[in-house]
Ligand binder design. Structure first.
Ligand code: SF4
Length: 492
């Protein structure tokens, strides 16, 4: 990130320079150079958007046939093919200050209905990313501070089923801390949103390399598998497969460790008591909490020796020769024991049938991935670029009259007030996100609706232009829309 300091507005801009007004920084850009965000440049005295405008082409899987740009017909000079092309906000430019209409307000006919898409690159001070990391390993306690380049950029939130959630960014880190904290937070959010790997360090916890759509790397070790379930669920799933092959199974889990002989699944299979005695806090039969401390060992605990979570067997039910499997929730760790005459577990090689059951646990684990959702609230200047009565846009989005997309990708819209949305960053074309050094993220956002509704909400009708009228010589980049994404022009 560059660190341009813009001159005050009353300073006369030297001849040949241009002042960019696409964000509050108001860069004074010399000929041939770019502004502080590298998004705008001075091209022979003209302010230009550096990145090409991204156009999406419709593909099979979005309800239409695969579309080639020119097809069989001779090229007529247009860069769009009506409803088979969608203009994204990537490279479109920014609405700033508030009253300027969005950079592109384009219309086209879709299935006999005149539609309009309003396209802008939103500047988001109120934004962040939610990260889901598939791992059993303990990354850090809830509320622990997460750092990038030594700066606080977020915190650990809840552990979900086989995943640890992180919350990064937000206006508090972007604007509420020091200048470096804001800059690093912005850079972290942008890199994660653009699918780049980012190293995060959690206070009193792990160091994790996070990259959307890739396996997490925890303390230098690539995570392979996501747990099949908690310890209790694993018992429930696999109990019949252990019947007759072992007498006892302990599935070690930092949250809920399962014990076959005590578990309801074991009771239903008439598995007799084994005299096993667990450490930790017994919740319900066969389910134990806090058998060890959180860590990066067996099942997200800190143990390396599974026997450390057992007390001596009860002689009332224990017997020499009793067979016991101890396994983690991913099958990554496993050990097999038989009790000796003193009812002490003696480690032995896993019998083949027991090995098969461990392999079945592993087989049922999904690949561990990092998921990154960008979250932002669309505020004043962005909405004012769509209509002169912004609350009507808010209501139209909330009621579904207007479809909101980000780089052509579907978003999840939060209920309640405002326009707060989340989008899976892997569903956007590459390098869809930028920044401005205020600091804030720049993200593509498109509003699509029937033209009549746009007019009714107070849209900038005199700025509506046919999609087909886009200048074919203007820099643009064509990408095929992700097949799993719904086609943005599809009927609302
Ligand atoms: S930071 Fe970028 S968008 Fe903002 S004024 Fe400078 S060149 Fe324009």
């Amino acid at each position: 990130m560059s660190d341009t300091i813009a001159p005050p507005l009353d300073v006369v801009i030297p001849p040949g320079n241009v002042r960019c007004d696409a964000c509050p920084v108001m860069c004074n850009i010399r000929p041939g150079l770019t502004g502080a965000c590298d998004r705008y440049a001075n091209a022979a005295g003209e302010l230009v958007r550096v990145d090409p405008l991204v156009l999406l082409d419709r593909v099979i899987g979005q309800g239409g046939a695969l579309v080639t740009f020119q097809g069989d017909a001779a090229w007529d000079g247009r860069i769009v093919r009506g409803a088979d092309t969608f203009i994204t906000a990537i490279g479109a430019g920014t609405t700033y200050p508030d009253y300027k209409p969005a950079p592109f307000i384009v219309s086209t006919e879709v299935d006999g209905v005149d539609m309009v898409t309003v396209v802008t690159e939103g500047i988001f001070s109120y934004c962040g990313v939610k990260v889901k990391i598939d791992t059993d390993r303990h990354l850090g306690a809830e509320r622990s501070v997460i750092r990038a380049q030594g700066e606080p950029v977020g915190h650990v939130t809840t552990a979900e089923y086989g995943s640890q959630m992180l919350s990064l960014g937000g206006v508090g880190h972007l604007t509420g801390g020091g200048k470096k904290e804001g800059r690093v937070t912005c850079e972290t959010l942008m890199d994660l949103s653009n699918g780049k790997p980012v190293q995060l360090t959690i206070d009193d916890g792990a160091t994790v390399i996070v990259q959307a759509g890739h396996a997490p790397v925890v303390n230098g070790v690539r995570e392979d598998r996501m747990r099949v379930g908690c310890g209790s669920a694993t018992i429930g799933i696999f109990a019949p497969q252990w019947l007759g092959k072992v007498d006892e199974v302990v599935v070690v889990d930092d949250h809920i460790t399962g014990v076959l002989s005590e578990h309801q699944a074991g009771k239903l299979l008439d598995i007799p008591p084994t005299g096993i005695r667990m450490r930790g806090r017994r919740s319900t039969p066969g389910r134990y909490f806090q058998v060890a401390h959180p860590g990066t060992g067996w099942g997200g605990t800190d143990i390396t020796d599974p026997l450390s979570i057992l007390d001596p067997f009860d002689a009332k039910h224990g017997r020499p020769g009793l067979r016991m499997l101890m396994v983690s929730t991913t099958g990554e760790h496993s050990a097999y024991y038989e009790l000796d005459e003193a009812l002490r577990p003696v480690a032995m090689p896993l019998p083949p049938v027991v090995q098969d059951s461990v392999a079945r646990i592993s087989e049922n684990c999904e690949p561990a991935l990092c998921s990154v959702l960008f979250i932002a609230g669309a505020g004043g200047s962005l909405r004012a670029g769509v209509t002169d009565n912004p609350v009507r846009l808010t209501r139209a989005v909330a009621t579904g009259v207007t479809r909101l997309t980000s780089g052509g990708a579907p978003v999840y819209l939060w209920p309640g007030g405002g326009i707060t949305f989340m989008v899976d960053v892997t569903k956007l074309p590459e390098n869809a996100f930028g920044y401005v050094p205020t600091p804030a993220l720049v993200a593509p956002i498109e509003f699509t609706m029937p033209l009549a509704d746009y007019k009714a909400m107070g849209g900038y009708m005199d700025h509506v232009r046919p999609l087909a009228s886009l200048d074919p010589n203007a820099p643009h980049r064509r990408v095929t829309g992700a097949a799993e994404n719904p086609w943005p022009w599809a009927p609302l």
